[in-house]
Design a protein around this ligand. Structure first.
Ligand SMILES: Nc1ncnc2c1ncn2[C@@H]1O[C@H](COP(=O)(O)OP(=O)(O)OP(=O)(O)O)[C@@H](O)[C@H]1O
Length: 322
């Protein structure tokens, strides 16, 4: 259970103009200003729920996750996770949570993955039997068998992320915080991580709060989303309703085997991008399937992919409509 009441986190930062003169001046006179990273944010997440946390760059997502895991001390407000105050960093709390950051490595780079997991076993003081059973399960769910003997540093990004997830879940945390777990992964890598998280949540009833720039991650995993923008919580509720209401279009990305005249697209959709043989069309949401079928039957198409607009665009639309 996660309870956040009027969470506020301000950073006091040293302001300095560029250049040598400014550097010297700052030695004697320091100017500071306050960055409001999170401002009066409140929400509650019951046990076992998977919630998406969305917002544009710099909105305050990572700062919120750091306050929830105790890496940062809130400026004001209260946070309770599993009944603990996170920034007290009590071992009994740390043993029940995990923070996975897509762009950071927690596993030892120079060790083979199997040994890096052993290090985590030691850190968490896990007994051999529960460690073995958690590891065996994670190896199967994440397809890690061929990776166990490889040094973490030589793994591909997708392989490393799967190992990072395993390392972070060996101690079977009750609450998992994920910050951009699919960042930089290709479509297959993203799908593997999503399928795993869905399965893990269903098996263990873990509470999961997940930030992502990929709308697909959030739509695949969470019915409820929190939307934060410029430090303030703007929306807390059902995702599908939010997207359908604010994004009446979908993107259809067509890869052509040969060039077609520009007039081909008239009546199909609005061309939003052309990149060599790949043409991106913006089409009305309700007509997506019919238009994709027409493209496939009437044009020299190699591939068609259907996507929601980037999360930034949807969020911008949400606030433009607000
Ligand atoms: N240690 C810090 N010192 C000063 N400012 C900070 C610090 N950490 C974060 N900020 C600022 O707080 C704001 C929120 O940052 P945060 O990393 O929480 O955003 P975010 O929503 O996670 O963004 P992104 O999607 O780009 O990762 C930003 O303006 C950022 O520059």
């Amino acid at each position: 259970m996660i309870e956040v009441r009027e969470l506020t986190k301000h950073f006091r930062v040293h302001r300095r103009e560029p250049g040598l003169r400014a550097a010297l001046r700052s030695l004697v006179r320091r100017e500071h200003h306050t960055v409001r990273a999170v401002d009066q944010v409140s929400f509650t997440i019951p046990e076992g729920e998977m919630v998406g946390f969305l917002g544009p760059n710099g909105a305050g997502k990572t700062t919120t996750l750091k306050c929830l895991t105790g890496l940062l001390h809130p400026t004001a407000g209260t946070v309770r996770v599993l009944g603990h105050v996170p920034h007290h960093r009590e071992p009994a709390f740390l043993r029940r949570i995990s923070l996975v950051m897509g762009q950071r490595n927690a596993l030892f780079w120079d060790l083979p993955a199997a040994d890096a997991f052993e290090v985590n076993r030691a850190i968490y003081g896990l007994a051999p039997a529960p460690y073995r059973s958690a590891l065996d399960e994670l190896v199967v769910l994440l397809g890690l068998e061929p990776l166990l003997g490889k040094q973490v540093r030589v793994l591909s990004l997708g392989e490393r992320m799967r190992c990072e997830l395993a390392g972070a879940l060996l101690h079977r945390p009750d609450v998992v915080f994920l910050d951009e777990p699919t960042l930089g992964l290709d479509v297959n890598g993203q799908a593997a991580v999503r399928a795993f998280l869905r399965d893990y949540n269903a098996r263990h009833g873990a509470t999961i709060l997940l930030t992502s720039h990929y709308m697909g991650d959030v739509t695949a995993l969470a019915r409820r989303v929190l939307v934060i923008d410029r430090a303030t919580l703007r929306f807390d509720g059902d995702l599908t309703a939010l997207v359908e209401a604010h994004s009446p279009h979908r993107l259809v990305r067509v890869t052509l085997r040969e060039a077609v005249p520009a007039r081909t697209w008239t009546g199909l959709g609005e061309v939003s991008d052309v990149d060599g043989a790949v043409v991106t069309l913006m089409v009305p949401r309700t007509e997506t399937a019919a238009i994709a079928a027409r493209l496939l039957t009437t044009l020299p198409v190699e591939d068609v992919a259907i996507e929601d607009p980037p999360v930034e665009d949807i969020i911008r639309a949400v606030f433009a409509d607000a």
